[in-house]
Design a protein around this ligand. Structure first.
Ligand SMILES: [Zn+2]
Ligand SMILES: [Zn+2]
Length: 365
């Protein structure tokens, strides 16, 4: 049986090991993709720390990847009905098996909550073959949503990474109106994409609060007008600054993309009466927080919206943005740091401790 080299999380908190993983016989209408670039993101850190539910260890992490179709069995088409061929440069939606048959999919119209969905690199394990991006190749099961992504766009698509479709979903939930004040809490990959997309949506002043300074500098490049370092300004000072920048009212829309539960309350307190708060940064469980239901929520007449994951529409838009020479500009300024597959532990450490803006694993190294 042929094998591919892959980085495997065997169990929580154990160093990641390189292993030869067998490639199963390709089912009808499936494919093997030779991986060119894959990301290292906060979710991979949480996987390694055991903070996500329903994860079948051992597994190969890496959910957003780009590469080339190496082998196809049967026939494959993209969503526009165009056939895909061996050798085509592609990316694929990491979410698989959304059923479009269940109550969540059909009645609630919340397909990201479909109980049948599986995610490459997160809820598919080694039993599913090479099913994560930190490998030489990934086995794409039948009905995986694949889109053509020419080689010249692959790197910038990865600069957005999984944060881009997530941020597209968050900005869609936020329903930003022209010239509104937008506050983005967090300057990680989701926060930076939320800044760029808010600008694209016609926001007026965009304020980004985060850390460290080089990420905030990237936020300015991505379209923020005002940046504030959370390590240099206390909660009160930050809130005061937001009110000063928004005619004393607070932000029309706040997008929370931090991973810190405290930021959810700060988001509510920094938003104007009858404004919107979108909570997208609490993808993993970081605990509880208290707030005052009267003064923070009810009296303010706030809309507080959760935003879980992303679906094919967000992924499709992300690919389209990266193929557009004008729209893609904000992501061109995101500094990328590349690691080899052998350096995957180092890459994960760097993302966990936060000094990098975006880390990629590149097999060519
Ligand atoms: Zn479903
Ligand atoms: Zn990710």
């Amino acid at each position: 049986m042929r094998t591919v080299r892959a980085a495997v999380i065997s169990e929580v908190e154990r160093p990641i090991e390189l292993r030869e993983v067998p490639v199963p016989e390709l089912e009808r209408n499936s494919a093997l993709i030779r991986v060119a670039l894959r990301e290292v993101c906060g979710t991979d850190v949480y996987l390694h720390q055991g903070r996500l539910e329903g994860v079948p260890y051992p597994l190969i992490p890496g959910h957003v990847s780009v590469g080339f179709l190496e082998e196809i069995r049967g026939s494959l088409k993209d969503v526009e009905g165009r056939p895909l061929s061996e050798g085509d440069p592609v990316t694929f939606l990491d979410v698989h098996r959304t059923c479009f048959q269940c109550w969540h999919c059909l009645v609630a119209k919340a397909s990201t909550r479909c109980p049948d969905r599986k995610v490459y690199g997160i809820t598919y394990g080694l039993d599913d073959g090479p099913s994560g991006g930190w490998a030489e190749a990934i086995y794409l099961k039948p009905k995986t949503r694949i889109l053509r992504l020419e080689e010249q766009y692959q790197e910038r698509f990865m600069a957005g990474g999984c944060g881009l479709p997530t941020a597209i979903h968050a900005v869609e939930r936020a329903q930003i109106e022209l010239n509104e004040f937008v506050l983005v809490l967090g300057s990680g990959p989701v926060g930076l994409s939320a800044v760029a997309l808010s600008r694209m949506k016609g926001a007026g002043k965009i304020i980004c609060i985060g850390a460290p300074n080089h990420r905030l500098k990237t936020a300015l490049d991505a379209g923020a007008d005002v940046i504030l370092n959370i390590e240099e300004a206390g909660e009160r000072e930050r809130q005061q600054r937001v009110f000063e920048e928004t005619l004393g009212r607070g932000a029309d829309v706040t997008i929370e993309a931090t991973g810190n539960p405290l930021a959810v309350v700060q988001a509510m307190r920094s938003t104007r009466d009858a404004g919107r708060v979108v909570v997208v940064g609490q993808y993993t469980d970081h605990g509880e927080i208290s707030f005052n239901p009267h003064s923070d929520l009810n009296r303010k007449h706030l809309d507080v919206l959760g935003c879980w994951g992303s679906d094919f529409s967000h992924f499709h838009r992300a690919v389209g943005i990266m193929k557009d020479e004008k729209l893609c500009a904000p992501w061109e300024s995101i500094p990328l740091t590349r690691f080899s597959l052998e350096q995957c532990n180092e890459a994960l450490d760097s993302v966990a401790t936060g000094p990098l803006v975006k880390a990629l694993i590149d097999p060519a190294l």
